[in-house]
Design a protein around this ligand. Structure first.
Ligand SMILES: [Zn+2]
Length: 61
């Protein structure tokens, strides 16, 4: 599932595939992918895990 937002009207929605036009204002080529809150949360957790791992590795030397 893609999280999409129209850069023209800021309409946000989710679709299986990137549509050609914004379903709200009908503008062409204004859609961009956005991250959902869950995606942001996941990447933050992954980043934190990496930092922890690095810190551990440094501590062992
Ligand atoms: Zn739009």
């Amino acid at each position: 599932m893609l999280n999409l937002q129209c850069t023209k009207c800021n309409y946000r929605f989710s679709k299986e595939q990137m549509p050609k036009r914004c379903p709200y204002c009908g503008a062409d080529g204004t859609l961009k992918k956005t991250q959902s809150a869950q995606d942001l949360l996941d990447s933050t957790i992954a980043e934190q895990a990496m930092i922890d791992h690095e810190r551990e590795a440094r501590h062992q030397k």
